[in-house]
Design a protein around this ligand. Sequence first.
Ligand SMILES: O=C(O)CCC(=O)C(=O)O
Ligand SMILES: [Fe+2]
Length: 348
Amino acid sequence: MIPTLTNLEELCVSNDLLGNPEGLQDRISEDGYLFFRQLQDPAMLLELRRQMLTTMQEGGWIKQGTDPLEGIAEPGVQCTEGDPEYTDVYHQVYRNQLFHESAHSEMMLRTVSDITGRQTIPQPQKVARLWFPKYTAHTTPIHQDFVHFQGTYDNLTCWSPVGDCPIELGGLAVLKGSHKVGTVLEHHFSLGAGSLMIDQADYDALGLPWQTTNYEIGDTLIFPALTMHMALPNVTEDRLRVSLDNRYQAVDDPIAEHMTEPHLAGMSAFGWRETYEAWDSEEYQYYWKDLGLKVIPKDFSFANKGFDEACELARSGHEEAVHHLARLINQDPDTEQSLRAQEILAQL
Ligand SMILES: O=C(O)CCC(=O)C(=O)O
Ligand SMILES: [Fe+2]
């Protein structure tokens, strides 16, 4: 459930603390996030926007004959993570060199290292979100990132729109101070991106304010893995929302195994070799291999619990759960989960 827009407060801008590690650490431990205007180079991000949206236009997502920079979605096209047609275009975008390199900018590295007080690096898995207009049932619901990215609670998510992102385009909102719960709350099945959400009663009980802003290109929101957040719905008539969602961690912290692979690698035969195929530099290829990161197995319990709930709900005809199971079957009909999903749908 999405909080009403009238409840939203403005994010606190922390540019005045840049270069002041102690100030940054105090604020993030109090607020559960740090927000900076134009932390990343707008010109670089605008070039990245041009490249990413040109690839999406070639993939049929951006209206033919329009300037890709405008981000106007092709009418009638809508898909999201979990749909094979999303992966097809997404992995074309994923090959983009600048998309990966942008995570390594000096400003980002310095800022995250100042925040953690330790040597901090981007995780290998970079993430882009390419979100269609008026596809709001699939909006990212409220969650804590630990259920998806794991590793440690200290991992930092860095969210930045690739282009201006006014509220109606559906940027991120954070629940200020919510990291102080100190633990992962129960997550439940959701049709929205990531498929897991926290119940409204659980976050309402905290009595904390939702904050967001009209983001401009270069603006960057940084928060640790327990901070509750969600995307606002993209209610624009025809614009795609494009954003980066990269994670950073201290080099001597463990990393969950799946974060060493490309995003959505499980959806198709796509690995680093394919990612790097057209790059003209090796500088940021396999950069983590020499760092001796401690790799730990992925914990599937969060995802499995969400799946079990979806099955339970689908049995009683819950429309979103049925949609979710149909999507899983469409991805790959032969997995254990898909076989179970087929049994359930057959009985409806
Ligand atoms: O951009 C989005 O809609 C979701 C971002 C997010 O919550 C995440 O990647 O953790
Ligand atoms: Fe998230």
